[in-house]
Design a protein. Structure first.
Length: 288
């Protein structure tokens, strides 16, 4: 692995999202970065994209991040989708596999968004059942990502971190702690981001996401939108430092999906994460 040769343990813990416009440069230059995360659904169809991914993974570790498993769907998981994900995992041998705490399928129709869940006992039963099924088929622990939220359900009976902690207890899954999503959610809903972070079960954190957001005026107030189209904000960097102090050094990803910068600019964000990890998390848990 390139970063094991050039950067050491902390640098190896920091990854970036693998995006098409950067692919030729990455293959040509083999940059010093710890690992790449891919969106699993982009590679389930095989073809040239999967062949290029084989080239990338000769030098880099991979993480698979799903957007279509729909863990919150009451009617159960799509078995064909799960089979195709298992095939991709078997081929790419990723260090981590993750999905969102959301639903996106109804009546066999895939919707164009990750939709929120009410945090109730009934919803917890559904998500836990689906997570256990996914883990049984995939034969590995699944990391579940906290969403960005813009509303609360009236019938919710527990806070989001409480829901996630109970999901971990029931299923043995891990958590993908998206620090940007915590900031977005808590700002939009008037909650305490530090308290949210502190309520998560530290031993379950298998990965951290960092990204940028947009601030949009709505009905006389500002709403934060998790659009992955900007640099990581100072507030999210501060929350990341708190996460490192609590969770230690875990694999951390720079996400940037829209208004893509140059690859060199993306690497600058990764170097910033390395600096914080060196100061705040370098002496604790090891990267995967």
């Amino acid at each position: 692995m390139i970063m094991r040769e050039q950067g050491g343990r902390i640098a190896s813990a920091i990854g970036v999202g693998l995006r098409g416009p950067h692919l030729a440069e990455i293959i040509a230059t083999r940059p010093a970065v710890g690992w790449f995360e891919i969106h699993a659904e982009n590679y389930m169809g095989g073809g040239p994209a999967l062949s290029r991914l084989d080239d990338i993974r000769r030098d880099y570790r991979l993480s698979l991040h799903g957007v279509g498993l729909s863990l919150g769907t009451a009617e159960g998981l799509d078995h064909e989708h799960l089979r195709r994900l298992k095939t991709l995992i078997d081929r790419t041998e990723p260090m981590l596999v993750s999905e969102h705490l959301a639903w996106s399928v109804s009546g066999g129709v895939y919707l164009a968004d990750l939709l929120p869940l009410p945090y109730t006992d009934e919803a917890l039963v559904v998500v836990a059942r689906n997570v256990m099924m996914a883990q049984d088929v995939l034969r590995r622990r699944l990391l579940v990502e906290n969403p960005s939220s813009y509303l609360r359900f009236r019938d919710g009976t527990m806070a989001e971190p409480e829901f996630l902690a109970e999901l971990v207890r029931r299923t043995g899954c891990g958590l993908l702690c998206d620090v940007n999503n915590i900031h977005v959610t808590c700002t939009n809903l008037g909650a305490d981001a530090g308290a949210y972070l502190d309520a998560l079960p530290a031993a379950a954190i298998g990965e951290i996401h960092l990204a940028g957001y947009s601030a949009v005026p709505r009905s006389g107030r500002t709403v934060l939108i998790d659009d992955h189209a900007a640099p990581v904000s100072p507030e999210v960097w501060r929350l990341y430092r708190r996460a490192l102090a609590r969770f230690g050094l875990v694999p951390s990803l720079i996400e940037w999906d829209k208004a893509l910068p140059t690859f060199s600019a993306l690497l600058e964000e990764a170097r910033a994460a390395e600096r914080f990890a060196r100061e705040d998390g370098g002496g604790d848990a090891c990267a995967a």
